[in-house]
Design a protein around this ligand. Sequence first.
Ligand code: NAP
Ligand code: ZN
Ligand code: ZN
Length: 347
Amino acid sequence: MSLAKAYAAASATSPLAPFQIERRAVGPHDVQIEIAYCGICHSDLHQVRNEWGNSMYPMVPGHEIVGHVTAVGAHVKGFKPGDLAGVGCMVDSCRTCPSCQRQLEQFCEKGCAWSYNSTEMDRKTPTFGGYSSSVVVDEAFTLKVSPKLDLAAAAPLLCAGITTYSPLRQWKTKKGDKVGVVGLGGLGHMAVKLAAAMGAEVTMLSTSKSKEADARKLGAHHFALTSDDATFKQLAGHFDLIIDTISAPHDYNKYLGLLRVEGAMVLLGVPPEPTPVAAIALIGGRKILTGSLIGGIQETQEMLDFCAEHGIVSDIELIPVQQVNEAYGRMLKNDVRYRFVLDMKTL
Ligand code: NAP
Ligand code: ZN
Ligand code: ZN
């Protein structure tokens, strides 16, 4: 067992503050990582503030973790001290259920062990996330990060990267496909980069006119303002695939009108309240409304390798951990350009 410095929320209404946690002793299959950087995902904010109604306190958020390996257990084969390593949203699963056998650990039938606001598979030991100085994780849930990538900017790949890569792959995005990305934040900007790298013709659908130039720099071929009703007339029936990353309640029906016949809209954002969907929005054109949750461990490694090959990382604002509460405030004002990353040496 070792002690680690951390930042934690004591309740849904308290700001994040310094805290100390215990990390388990390095077991035979474990990798111990000194955390260098941790991204701030909007899911951290939803959970810190108990917006999904399932929060456990004290909570140490953070599931976009990168750092250096400091120790490994006797049976670890893929990592040695000094290696770069990453940890995403999951730290364990049952490994035997049909979902786990299909490399879809995020849908483990026993419920996977999330990196924080969760328990280990013993269902007793709380898990604490990456806003901390170190972590101990089973090798099977530890990712390899290429030294070719800027380490701080690679951190958000562990959630924002895989969450957008997975549906693009599931819907077989290829050259020339018309992909709409809704919401230009952490997830949205990764969706633009990844879809463009797969050869898609990408349109950014945003409420923020001020982000147009950035959207084009990120790789979007077109930009459309969703606060303008004309957008929904001009682009009606246009898209093969829409990736919706909006974190707040909004009208899905309007966006379904932008899909071609049999086109698909994938919900990634998790607004706290449900939104009604009219049957007619799906029936006319046999449209598909679906969702996606991060990606399995094997696919996360595939995404990291894809990003290393294409030189893709996140556009980040690196901040000291003491500014985390301010960063949450800015995230709520859609003022993220385009992912905050905590520099853990400031802890
Ligand atoms: P973020 O950086 O805060 O970006 C969200 C973007 O959504 C904003 O930048 C804004 O883009 C748009 N937006 C926000 N409020 C809006 C509103 N009221 N109406 C219209 N557009 C609005 O958040 P993120 O980290 O990308 O996360 C986005 C969502 O995905 C969150 O709900 C998060 O919990 C969820 N998430 C899901 C998964 C998964 O596996 N499914 C994984 C990670 C995160 P514009 O300024 O361009 O309009
Ligand atoms: Zn996340
Ligand atoms: Zn399982």
